[in-house]
Design a protein around this ligand. Structure first.
Ligand code: FAD
Length: 387
């Protein structure tokens, strides 16, 4: 049976970063992606502009993630914080820029350029990307390897990394397969709720309020006449009710704290209104899933399962969700890198770390004629069309 060092299940933000990190560290790895194209959700991020992170210190980012996520994410975010992600992008030819609110985007403001960065690096490192390949089951073998079954093949590896995402926007491929596979192996999955979602408002309110975008809103979540949390940012009046970061961040807090009978007190330049939302929008429309694989069953220093040796998890498949503003991609990238670094340490067949452009490195050392692929030009990712 074909065997490798690492099988990565899922070719989204976490899986793509895991594949590239495996290449950087000299692992033999393959990504299995269920859809005909990887990174579909990544391409939709930030209205196709891709808010990759927020230029804030990791301590502030962790405080914004809140409990119980912050203590779990601390090792991953400390090892690969927002400034390291930006430096990594710049080193690999993707320039980034920061908005006044600290949100970081590719300089071109095109998610397709982030996508190209990953797919080009996978090709450079020779990391396999198998499309239309849905993993169905993971079976620990007596040899210690893990066998992965897909609809049409079986593969085994020293380690498996599950990066299949949450369950929102299922048309992008994240449908909860990873959670099902690990619960079959004994892991707990915490219930799914919509995070970063809008709210329906009563029809009379919608009729009286034309669709528009209101900046600098302060929103208090009120329960029993008391403010239990505050959010800030844009409020968008949509055809169904209300959305925008001030509101969607509130949905995540409501889901995490399981709040009931809440209302919103909205302050726009000192003018206050009370909003009584009817219900949160459905999970399939939420930008993140609150809920997923229970964090206490995962080692936060390595992302390895405490139930199945050799099984690692990264990204939104875990019970991790963050506020709007690049937090969720940063969490996916940081957890993926930490996992693959831990995998590389325990992988006996690992080669020496690969220089990104081996032929160029050799020619810098001496002028011997080069074999193999010709050196590639340093790429700059700007305004490239997505295939
Ligand atoms: C509209 C929208 C906009 C967003 N904008 C931002 C933003 O600007 N900034 C930000 O930080 N976050 C944003 N997010 C959230 C962010 O996209 C996610 O948190 C992030 O993509 C999670 O990455 P992931 O790799 O864990 O999962 P995903 O990106 O969902 O990737 C999971 C991958 O696994 C594949 N897969 C699933 N099951 C299997 C299987 N059985 N076998 C093989 N492959 C499988 C899927 O097809 C998919 O490609 C946005 C989300 C949405 C929906």
């Amino acid at each position: 049976m074909p065997s490798t060092d690492l099988i990565i299940i899922g070719g989204g933000a976490a899986g793509l970063m895991a594949g590239v990190t495996a290449g950087e560290l000299g692992l033999r790895a393959v990504i299995l992606e269920s859809r005909p194209k990887p990174g579909r959700k990544l391409l939709m991020c930030g209205n196709n502009r891709c808010n990759i992170t927020s230029a804030i210190p990791p301590s502030q980012m962790l405080a914004d993630f809140g409990e119980p996520i912050a203590p779990f994410l601390k090792p991953a975010l400390t090892a690969f914080p927002p400034d390291a992600l930006r430096a990594w992008c710049h080193k690999n030819g993707l320039l980034t820029k920061m908005q006044r609110d600290k949100r970081v985007y590719p300089h071109s403001e095109k998610a397709a350029d982030v996508h190209h960065l990953f797919t080009d690096l996978l090709a450079t490192y020779g990391i396999g990307l198998m499309l239309n390949s849905s993993a169905r089951e993971i079976i620990p073998q007596p040899s210690g390897e893990l066998l992965v079954k897909t609809d049409n093949l079986e593969l085994s590896a020293t380690c498996v990394l599950i990066a299949t995402g949450g369950v929102s926007y299922p048309k992008t491929g994240s449908v909860g397969d990873g959670q099902k596979m690990v619960s079959a192996l004994g892991h707990k999955v915490t219930p799914y709720r919509p995070g970063l979602a809008g709210f329906d408002m009563p029809p009379a309110w919608i009729a009286a309020n034309p669709m528009r975008s209101i900046p600098n809103v302060k929103l208090k979540i009120m329960v029993g006449g008391k403010a239990v949390a505050t959010t800030e940012g844009f409020l968008e009046i949509e055809k169904y009710g209300i959305g925008g970061p001030a509101v969607t961040n509130a949905s995540r807090i409501i889901a995490r704290r399981d709040l009931k009978n809440y209302s919103f007190e909205v302050d726009v330049d000192g003018k206050k209104w009370t909003l009584n939302p009817v219900r949160v929008r459905p999970l399939k429309e939420a930008m993140v899933t609150v809920g997923g694989i229970e964090l206490s069953e995962i080692n936060p220093r390595t992302m390895e399962s405490k139930c199945v040796p050799g099984l690692f998890l990264a990204g939104e498949v875990l019970d991790i969700d963050g506020p709007s503003g690049g937090y969720n991609l940063q969490a996916a990238f940081s957890t993926a890198r930490l996992a693959v670094e831990a995998i590389a340490k325990q992988c006996p067949t690992r080669k020496k770390p690969v220089h990104k452009n081996p032929s160029q490195k050799k020619s810098a050392q001496n002028n011997r004629p080069q074999k193999g692929r010709p050196p590639r030009e340093k790429r700059h990712y700007q305004n490239r069309k997505c295939p």
